[in-house]
Design a protein around this ligand. Sequence first.
Ligand SMILES: [Zn+2]
Ligand SMILES: [Zn+2]
Length: 225
Amino acid sequence: MLKSCLLCNRGLNNNLDLSFILSFRKITPKLVCEGCITSFSTLVDHKTCIRCGKLSAILECADCQQWNDQFVNRAMFQYDEAMRNFFQHYKFQGDYLLRKVFQDQFVNFIQKILKENELIVPIPVDESTMTSRGFNQVTGLMEGLDWKDVLINQRSNDSLHQFQRSRRERLQQDSSFILKSGCDISGEHILLVDDIYTTGATLRQARTTLLRNGATQVRSVTLCR
Ligand SMILES: [Zn+2]
Ligand SMILES: [Zn+2]
């Protein structure tokens, strides 16, 4: 059992009080302290954009009005300062243990929205990221789920240049994903899974590839929006 919070290293109090024991709830050891847990902002039970899942007072957020397509995404948390900080440690400093912080919640969330006929497909990282990071941060969040690895991320090492491209250029860029050879996804309804929905371009590129290869329907779920 962990003795200190995975995120801030403060001591964790794992002692169970009597009311908790009497409630017969399943006991899951704490990984993160109360202070860190409450620093994240959930989107569940909030007014969100019907397309991308972003916190939004209006039905369809400004970003989605610009996309002007039928893409649908669901998300669990706001991508705010606390989340940016989390992903800094998880992805960029490569602390794989941090996948545990949201894993159970995210898996439950996916199971709740998953339709019976849907196939779960994670967004893969490209080869150079896999080499430097050593893991896919998306599948790390999905342990316990059945998914199918059907995509290859071909994004070259020019991701730095992406920032210099205009929004229009980025949107017009063709998909950086290809289908793994030997995968048959014809007629499949697919639920794409990613960690963060930022511009929505990555998920749309993956969807383009999947639809082009015969998938019937593609929507997505992300931990953050
Ligand atoms: Zn903490
Ligand atoms: Zn939206």
